[in-house]
Ligand binder design. Sequence first.
Ligand SMILES: [Zn+2]
Length: 211
Amino acid sequence: MTTTIKPVFGIWTPWAEVLCYACHGQEMRTRPGRKIPDAAFQRLLGDYPGSEAPCRCDKCGRPICVEGRDDVTTLGAMRDRINDAIPGAGAHLDQTGGMCVGLAVPLEQPAPGSDPNPELVWELQIGLAENGDPDDLDRSRFWLGAMTGVWGDDDAFTTLQELTDAATIVEQVRRRLQEWRDQGGFAVDGRAWPATNRGYDDPDGRDADHD
Ligand SMILES: [Zn+2]
């Protein structure tokens, strides 16, 4: 259905939203009180001329492409695909610093009533592969990784695999979520993941008992 609707211009906001300009509005939200000039805004409300596969506006669901940021559009489209295929997956885009974009699928929510620790992250992450240069991303190749532990800790992240086919990525996400739910982790190169004790400082990482 939506494939017949032509995409319009979209914007990637500092709040990790992807919005069509009709939903965003003419005012520059990073500079309140200032407006996008009328002629430019009229253009941005119109059809997008490129041929990228669009993602959906967070507010109205209209297909959009973010001009000059096909990495955002591509990961946004992957987000939509995962959420369509896996009800409740909760795939979402993240700001990862300097307006860079990340795609994450939560592995679990904090237990009800527990004291949430914002530094502990439990999620699958999907990114675009680099062509040997962080500024040269390949829009046709993705990596799938898992972040299970303290944010920013290299040991808490592992790359699971590189993938090209979107349908395979969705199936991998589905499988990893299922394994996480059923087994509390998944195998990486024959090792159990997470290797550490769920992000806590535990040198041998094999102690199932937290206290
Ligand atoms: Zn919209």
